[in-house]
Ligand binder design. Structure first.
Ligand SMILES: [Zn+2]
Length: 482
């Protein structure tokens, strides 16, 4: 047991899925030629005025509702001033003292128990551009280039309370937050494309102490895995410092993925360094209850309630329900398959097992597959009526996954029909018994496991097509005779 308690808070930025930018009509499309989606407004040229994108506001409100937050009836935009080449206006339009939403929460499962993580605030702001350095990093580069396509894309910043107590909890928080935002249809949360980013604040304090320790901010984590590794590293680093009696310095540190360590970037800036002041070019945002309720009614069933329903309606274990509802697409696919086949647990096993395994191995998304929930339902019926064994079904499933052929056609084409002919199987059983005298003797001597080996040999002889139940029975009958 550590003598210290870990305290973590996360700041997540998620790009909203609008087609145009937050304050102008430029496209938000990812991957376009550099500096082709820019205009005088997002470049901050003199004499232009921003106009708020109503859709972005809708999405931000939906995200806040999905995170159980209170929507402010009155909020406003502010200028956050800093000089950096990726920010052509030299200020970012953000929200400071009157954010769009406050006091939300997200529920985690820790040791099987629900645990709520508080969300302090959710606000709307604009994205900065992207610097591309000529070398590996800014240090040592001869020059840098700026791509302003991203400037002005709408972002929501979601700030959690310092309620997370371990790197693993922080990781789970991100997974769940991503699922909620995807379900709500407001962000695609692709960390690899930069549409979801996360900074962390982490401190340690002696177990039992109420007061927080000195916190360190961690940046530059480019995947959920990087967040986990960076926080684990930081727990170890701060523990060592505290154990040796060294004070923790309040600072910002960058995660170095290659070296697997955090390195000091700069002292922590205070809010006044940004010289926030109200944005004079935008009116305040006034949101009435009717508007909020309309957006609330558009939200789908969210992952937490949906997982609870999967347990009560389909009798699934909580583990299955959590995994299946971790993405809306996967949960929809599962429910469509259950419409085709009565046994939800059997469907769940195939989805969590072979389907997810193949998706991962082939690096595919569910909606790219020719395989449909109907394919799985038909295949499961073929197992039930004895046409194929569960083992052969794996081969059939893989073929369906790749080609989109129906189960019955795969079985016919590949000659995979199960052998349930007693006479034919009895003949193979005789061959296997003759070839494995030792296992036969072991089984007769009381070693039950030897039977499994013999069944396996029959399956091998028939290339997996033998009806396993029948083989089992035939072997037992045969071996009980002398
Ligand atoms: Zn623009």
């Amino acid at each position: 047991m550590s003598r210290y308690e870990t305290v973590i808070g996360l700041e997540v930025h998620a790009e909203l899925l609008t087609e145009s930018k937050l304050f102008c009509g430029c496209s938000t499309e990812f991957g376009a030629e550099p500096n082709t989606h820019c205009c005088p407004v997002c470049l901050g040229l003199p004499g232009v005025l921003p106009v708020l994108n109503r859709k972005a506001l809708d999405y931000a409100i939906k995200a806040a509702l999905a995170l159980n937050a209170e929507i402010a009836s009155y909020s406003k935009f502010d200028r956050k001033n800093y000089f950096y080449p990726d920010l052509p206006k030299a200020y970012q339009i953000s929200q400071y003292d009157l954010p769009l939403a406050k006091k939300g929460w997200l529920e985690l499962k820790v040791d099987g128990q629900p645990r709520r993580i508080g969300i302090t605030r959710i606000h709307l702001e604009e994205e900065a551009g992207k610097s591309v350095h000529s070398g590996e990093s800014i240090i040592g580069s001869e020059f840098s280039l700026e791509d302003y396509n991203r400037v002005g894309i709408p972002l929501i910043e979601i700030v959690s309370e310092p309620d997370l107590r371990s790197p693993a909890e922080a990781h789970q928080y991100l997974e769940r937050l991503k699922a909620v935002l995807q379900y709500a249809g407001v962000s695609d949360c692709k960390m690899e494309e930069g549409s979801l980013r996360c900074d962390a604040n982490i401190s340690l304090r002696p177990v039992g102490q109420a007061e927080f320790g000195v916190k360190v901010e961690i940046k530059n984590m480019n995947s959920f895995r990087a967040v986990l590794r960076a926080l684990e590293y930081e727990v170890a680093r701060q523990t060592e410092l505290l154990d040796s009696g060294t004070a923790i310095v309040q600072e910002t540190r960058a995660w170095d993925e290659g070296r697997g360590i955090t390195v000091s970037m700069r002292g922590k800036e205070e809010a006044h360094d940004y010289r926030y002041f109200p944005e004079p070019d935008l009116p305040p945002v006034v949101i009435d209850r009717e508007w909020v309720e309309r957006l609330r009614s558009e939200l789908p069933e969210l992952p937490g309630p949906r997982a609870d329903r999967f347990v009560s309606q389909y009798g699934l274990p909580a583990y299955d329900a959590d995994l299946l509802t971790s993405s809306r697409r996967l949960a929809d696919w599962f429910e469509a398959a259950v419409q085709e086949y009565h046994d939800a647990k059997a469907v769940s096993n195939w989805v969590m097992g072979d389907l997810l395994r193949l998706l991962k191995a082939e690096e595919k998304e569910l909606d790219e597959l020719p395989l449909t929930p109907g394919h799985l339902g038909e295949m499961l019926k073929l197992i039930d009526d004895g046409t194929i064994s569960g083992k052969i079904a794996k081969t059939v499933f893989e073929e369906m996954f790749h080609t989109g052929k129906r189960a019955a056609d795969v079985v016919k084409e590949k000659g995979l029909v199960q052998i349930s002919d007693e006479a034919e199987l009895a003949r193979i059983v005789e061959t296997v018994i003759a070839a494995n005298p030792k296992s036969v003797a072991d089984f007769r001597g009381g070693k039950e496991a030897a039977l499994g080996y013999l069944v396996g040999q029959v399956m091998k002889e028939t290339r997996g097509r033998a009806n396993p139940g029948l083989v089992n029975q035939l072997l037992r009958d045969r071996l009980s005779r002398q």
